[in-house]
Ligand binder design. Sequence first.
Ligand SMILES: [Cu+2]
Length: 329
Amino acid sequence: MKKRISIFLAVVLTTAQSTNAASFPDEHAPIGIMGDHTHKKGGWMVSYRYSNMNMDGNRIGTSPISIESIKQNFMVAPLDMTMQMHMVGLMYGLTDKLTIMTMVPYAEISMNLQTRMGMNFSTSAKGIGDVKLSGLYSLYKKDNTRIILNAGLSIPSGSINKTGDTPMGSNMPLPYPMQIGSGTYNLMPGLTYSSHLDRWSWGAQLNSNIRMGTNNNGYTLGDQYAFTVWGARRLSDSISVSLRTEAKTIANIKGSNPVLNPMVVPTARTDLRHGNRVDMMAGLNFIVPGGPLEGNRLAVEFTLPVYQKLDGPQLETDYRLMAGWQLAF
Ligand SMILES: [Cu+2]
C-alpha cells in the first residue's frame, strides 16, 4: 500500500513538474507582439511594457532631405522626435477558447524643431492614450500549433487637443503626430499563427487599425496594416532569443483640423503621413525558472528599420526599444 501511494505521488509530482516545465520563455511571442496567446478559463495575466521610439532627420520617399530644403517650403522644420510609452495590460481567460484583454497606454512625446530664421524650439505632450479592448479567440489549437483570431477595439480616451508654446504663439494647437489619441473608435482585427518544435518556435501575425468615423477636430487618422513573422530559439528552459521582421503601411489623414495651418510645418499636413516600412527586431525572452519569483517573465526587443518610404518631408524612425514584464496566475 505504501509503495502504491509513493508511486502515485511520484506520478503526480512528475506531472506537476512537466506542467511547470511547459512554461517556456518562447511560449510567448517577442514582447513587441500583442495578443499572441490565450489563457485557460479563469487564468489572469498582468503586464507592463515600456517603449522608446527615436526619430531623427527627415525623408521624402526613401531619401533623406536636409533641414534647409524643408525650410524652403515651410516656416518650420521638425528636427527629431522621441516617443516613450508605458503600457499596462490585463488578460483574463473567459473560457478555454476566449480570452479578453485590455491595454492602457501612457505616452510622452517630445519634438525639436527649427524655424526658417534658425531658431530652435521644442514641443511636448503627454497623457493617457487610446485604451484597447480585445477578444482573443482560439480558432485552432492542436499539437504544437495554435491560431488565434484577434478582435480589438480602441476607445478614443487619448487627447487630440494637446497644445504647446511655439514661436507662433503660446498654447497653440499641436500638429497631428503630437496628439496622444486618435479621437475615433478603431477596429483592430487580426490573426495570429504560432507553432513550435523542440527548441525552435515561430509565428506570424496580421494586424490592423481601422479608424471609424471622424473625430471632433474634423479628421480621421490613416488606417494601418501590419504583417510580422518571427522565429525564436530556446537557449535554455528560461531564455530564448528571437528575430522578427515586420512590414507595415500607414495611410494619410482624411479630413483636416481647421485650426492647423499646413503651410507652417510638414507635421500639420494631412497628406504627409503615409508610409510603407519594413523593420527588423532582435529580442530576448526570459522566464524565472524557480524560487519565489517563478513564472515572472521579462523580455526586450530592439527594432531597427531596414526600409522606409515616406510621403515627406516626414521624420524617419531610427530605432525603437521595448522592454516588458508579464505574470500569469
Ligand atoms: Cu497573457
